[in-house]
Design a protein around this ligand. Structure first.
Ligand code: MEV
Length: 327
């Protein structure tokens, strides 16, 4: 039996545009997914708990039965099962062990489909735990690459390396196409607001692609996000938190123009700004889920707690630890 864990992440800048080769800067945060893998003769049995902040437990036999009976959308469950099945296929491939089965237990503090990298963290931790269980040790870079292939398959060929590289490596990272690096970052005062909902990453990415292909100005918006990220990298290197906040505000506007914000995400972004946050934006695929704000005072967290549509608000520190095996 091996347990591995990997962190969730927020996007300081660049989600969606990164799918088209623009740079992005996600940062790992101290909310982790833990995956415990035990080899068995055949089949796949997955037990999952706490995949949303409300918590629920799912038990299904990936080999034999169909969908678990839980109160979340079918597309989220299909995606979650797809990530796990594909992640295990990658681990078996890496170990050259096609005919083994596994019991898999997932415990995640990261809400499902809410823009905090839950799927990447689960896949990265599952590949680490399953390969170790089979006696094989992969580098974090190899795990990131295999986890990227999983996301690419499950998201119909529309995924960047950003989420999986960040979860595998930890810290702040910069991803532009296949060029992935860990970068220096100051300790950023992240505050997260969560509306209790989720977005369908595949559908949201497909929607942006369609707008980009239909309208020249949507294509320009994606390029503008790339320009903004390059400015943001400069601000990050200089530790200019006020400028980072201003650019986050700009990034939210551009994501909104691309159609991936929502009423509750906008409400939380404005509540954070009104409370004095240096900047606030949605994080991840959007459609619902989480926003990230920068504020080193308690004001934003308090304001979010009283914002209609915000279900939970909390601080999240940068996690410099990527994927790791737990004792
Ligand atoms: C989702 O967390 C981030 C997106 O940019 C998709 C991706 O990079 O694969 C929307």
């Amino acid at each position: 039996m091996v347990t591995a864990s990997a962190p969730g992440k927020v996007y300081l800048f660049g989600e969606h545009a990164v799918v088209y080769g623009e740079p992005a800067v996600p940062c790992a945060i101290e909310l982790r997914a833990h995956v415990t893998v035990t080899e068995r003769d055949s089949g796949l049995r997955v037990t999952a708990g706490d995949l949303t902040l409300d918590g629920f437990t799912v038990e299904y036999d990936g080999a034999a039965s169909g969908r678990p009976d839980v109160d979340v959308s079918d597309s989220l469950i299909e995606a979650a099962m797809g990530y796990i099945n594909e992640g295990i296929a990658q681990a078996k491939d890496a170990a050259g062990a096609e005919n083994v089965g596994f019991d898999i237990a997932i415990e995640s503090e990261i809400p499902l489909g809410a823009g905090l990298g839950s799927s990447a963290a689960v896949v990265v931790a599952a590949i680490e735990a399953a390969t170790r269980e089979l006696g094989v040790e992969l580098s974090p870079e190899e795990i990131a690459d295999r986890a990227y292939r999983v996301e690419h398959t499950v998201q119909d060929g529309q995924a960047s390396r950003a989420d999986t590289f960040c979860c595998a490596m930890g810290g702040a990272v910069r991803v532009e196409g296949d060029d992935c690096r860990v970068i220096e970052a100051p300790d950023l005062p992240f505050v997260i607001g969560y509306d209790g909902g989720a977005g369908d990453t595949g559908a949201l990415v497909a929607g942006v692609r369609e707008r980009k292909e239909t309208y020249g100005f949507a294509d320009d918006t994606v390029s503008a996000i790339g320009d903004l990220v390059r400015e943001g990298e400069q601000a990050l290197a200089e530790g200019d938190i006020a400028e980072l906040g201003a650019l986050m505000n700009f990034n939210h506007g551009l994501l909104s123009a691309l159609g991936v914000s929502s009423r509750s995400l906008d409400a939380m972004v404005w509540a954070a700004r009104d409370a004095g946050a240096l900047g606030a934006k949605l994080t991840g695929a959007g459609g619902g889920g989480c926003i990230v704000a920068l504020d080193d005072t308690p004001e934003t967290e308090t304001a979010l707690e009283y914002t209609p549509g915000c279900k939970d608000a909390y601080r999240a520190a940068l996690d410099t630890d990527g994927v790791r095996v737990e004792d």
